[in-house]
Write a protein that binds this ligand. Structure first.
Ligand code: G3H
Ligand code: 13P
Ligand code: ZN
Length: 307
């Protein structure tokens, strides 16, 4: 089928309380991995490209791969701009055929964030494109620093209520203590789960968890065995996904775990097969390692069988 409306996908996810994974993609292997796993598990998925992914691969190449890959699929797939910083980024992606865009003006004061999000919503409306916005700043909650200071970055539920009403966004990324990359927590993982419940109660819309990779021990051990150096890497524990979904998260963003799986497999092949130089023999197993991560997430997020 052609691309599926993310607005509709969210309606069902919200009603049935599950989360759709966002898998960040930069190349053929990651796109194929996500589409093959979605079909295999009959699950909805969101492919996402950041502006740096677009710069790396080219927007036409990305769209051509997504269109070709989804043409004969049953499972619903959306293509989304991740962390668009400007109105122009959103326009470029909508013109290229993306059916969802994120406008991330979370660094702006509230008024400015509302204004630019509203502008994107106005452009997106005509084409049924879904708009995600962000309120609050992603970052770990560090007890020993200053609780008040670190909590000041988290999404304020009353502000979220006003933001959603005034901006008209379809989905809202909330800051509850997660952060991007492989180093999310210095000690043990800590998330402000109660905020999700409160924000959901006040807004009712699809809520999004960014910076949600698990950075699991297995991934880290395998990468370390073949030479990776990532001391202190730590991510979101599996139990937190289920709690977050039960409280109203409908989209969970995963990039780092896919990168770690890809890198770990590449390292293993290079180390154990020193005479191999066929890229397909290097990238094929790496794609399989990415697929395994994707399968795990789909099952944990409760969206297997929801196609
Ligand atoms: O939120 C950031 C995503 O992980 C994308 O990262 O800008 O390196 O493509 P990137
Ligand atoms: P991770 O770095 O935890 O995978 O988060 C990705 C993300 O939020 C992309 O928007
Ligand atoms: Zn993000």
């Amino acid at each position: 089928m052609p691309l599926a409306s993310l607005i509709k996908m969210y309606e069902r996810a919200n009603k049935e309380r599950y989360a759709i994974p966002q898998f960040n993609v930069n190349n053929l292997e990651f796109i194929q991995a996500a589409l093959e796993v979605a079909e295999e598990l009959k699950a909805p998925v969101i492919l996402a490209a950041s502006t740096s992914a677009i710069k790396y691969a080219g927007i036409e190449y990305l769209m051509a791969m997504v269109k070709t890959g989804t043409a004969r699929m049953i499972a619903p797939v959306a293509i989304h701009l991740d962390h668009g910083a400007k109105l122009e980024d959103a326009k470029m992606c909508i013109d290229a055929g993306f059916n969802s865009v994120m406008i991330d003006a979370s660094k702006e004061p509230l008024e400015g964030n509302i204004r630019v999000t509203k502008e994107v919503v106005a452009i997106a409306r005509a084409t049924g494109v879904c708009v995600e916005a962000e309120l609050g700043r992603l970052g770990g909650i560090e007890d020993e620093v200053n609780v008040d200071a670190s909590e000041a970055f988290l999404t304020d539920p009353a502000e979220a209520e006003r933001f959603v009403k005034e901006s008209g966004c379809h989905a809202l990324a909330v800051a509850v203590g997660t952060s991007h990359g492989a180093f999310k927590f210095k000690h043990e993982p800590k998330l402000a789960m109660d905020r999700i419940t409160d924000i959901k109660k006040r807004t009712g819309i699809a809520l999004v968890l960014h910076g949600a990779s698990g950075v699991g021990k297995e991934l880290l051990d395998k990468a370390a065995k073949y030479g990776a150096q990532l001391p202190g890497a730590m991510g979101v524990p599996d139990e937190a996904y289920q709690d977050a979904v039960a409280r109203g998260i409908n989209k969970i963003n995963i990039d780092t775990d896919l990168r770690l799986a890809f890198m770990g497999s590449l390292r293993e092949t290079l180390a154990t097969k020193p005479s191999e130089f066929d890229p397909r023999k290097l990238l094929g197993p790496a794609k399989e390692a990415v697929k395994e991560q994707m399968r795990n997430k789909i099952k944990l997020f409760g969206c297997a069988g929801k196609a």
